[in-house]
Design a protein around this ligand. Structure first.
Ligand SMILES: [Zn+2]
Length: 317
């Protein structure tokens, strides 16, 4: 059967109807409303538009924040407050006439990469997405690791540096506070002040530096920009080394907007993994760029909608 995957982001909602082979047949996008009532209406409209296709049997919403899986509810979502506490299944199912489940966006994207992307040959995958924040998901023995409540796999909020910068979650020194696009932008602005004659320093004199500026200047050879990405890559590697020790994955996939920088970040991360992770896990884990890009959320959510109702999923197929 086909299924609908909906990626509910802080700025846009993307809904797609997806075949079992991972082909998106139809897709719509809407800006994300930030009032709860309009948010539910917009999600319902997006699902109805693409769901009007043959053999569509279910829907999964990929949402940012901490999810209570059994209640199909998001309890904490700093980037999308409007979604917090809404009984999404109860509100949406009568409007769309199909079964609906709710999944954390990092978990859904991990499932997308596992089913259709960089992890499709693996049974054990760790996926990390580096964007404004850091999300992720873990697949072990072919099963998505959700934990007791569905809130597991929050890879961005492991503490990497106990006294490090404050994170959006309130903790200090999370991986997200050290290696996300936001962290890269913040560190670049600090170093631009120390190095006013660098390309980064000269840009900072004209306007606020963003994470993507750093990648562009690094590609042009600016040493300061390169050092910012190298530092973020090393922090990422510290995090990945821990994940590799815990989960012994075959593939560690890194996605998200920061991966535009590819090897400028990943090379430093791999060096840190070699220093810190233990063999044999260290030697098995292949650290590489995820392949589905921004479509991983829609593809993963659709696959979860289908797999959730099938025996194949229960067996971890
Ligand atoms: Zn955090």
């Amino acid at each position: 059967m086909n299924a609908v995957g909906v990626d509910v982001g802080g700025t846009k909602i993307a809904a797609g109807v997806v075949t079992p082979e991972g082909k998106i047949l139809d897709e719509v996008r809407y800006p994300t409303p930030h009032s709860p009532g309009t948010l539910v209406e917009t999600i319902a409209r997006a699902i109805t538009e693409v769901g009007d296709a043959p053999e569509v049997g279910g829907v999964c919403l990929a949402v940012p924040g901490l999810v209570l899986a059994q209640e199909n509810k998001v309890v904490y979502s700093p980037n999308l407050r409007a979604v917090e506490g809404i009984p999404l299944k109860d509100e949406l199912e009568p409007k769309i006439g199909m079964p609906l489940t709710v999944e954390n966006d990092g978990n859904a994207a991990a499932w997308g990469e596992f089913r259709f992307g960089v992890g499709s040959e693996a049974d054990h995958l760790v996926f990390v997405t580096l964007g404004t924040g850091i999300g992720g998901g873990v697949i072990t023995h072919g099963i998505l690791m959700r934990g007791a409540q569905g809130s597991g796999g929050e890879l961005g909020h492991v503490t990497i540096q106990a006294t490090g910068p404050r994170c959006a979650c309130g903790n200090h020194g999370c991986l997200e506070a050290l290696a996300s696009g936001t962290a890269i932008g913040r560190r670049a602005r600090e170093l631009a002040v120390e190095h006013p004659d660098s390309a980064l320093g000269r840009l900072a004199a004209r306007r606020q530096i963003l994470g993507e500026d750093v990648t562009e200047l690094a590609r042009e050879g600016d040493e300061v920009a390169l050092s910012v990405l190298d530092e973020a890559g090393r922090w990422l590697g510290v995090g990945l080394a821990g994940f590799i020790n815990i989960f012994n994955p075959e593939v560690v996939a890194v996605g998200g907007g920061v991966m535009e920088a590819e090897e400028l970040v990943l090379e430093a991360a791999r060096k840190e993994v070699i220093l810190r992770a233990r063999p044999p896990s260290r030697d098995l884990a292949d650290v590489k760029v995820a392949t589905l890009g921004p479509k991983s959320g829609v593809l993963g959510a659709a696959a979860l909608a289908r797999d959730a109702s099938s025996r194949e999923y229960l067996l971890g197929g």
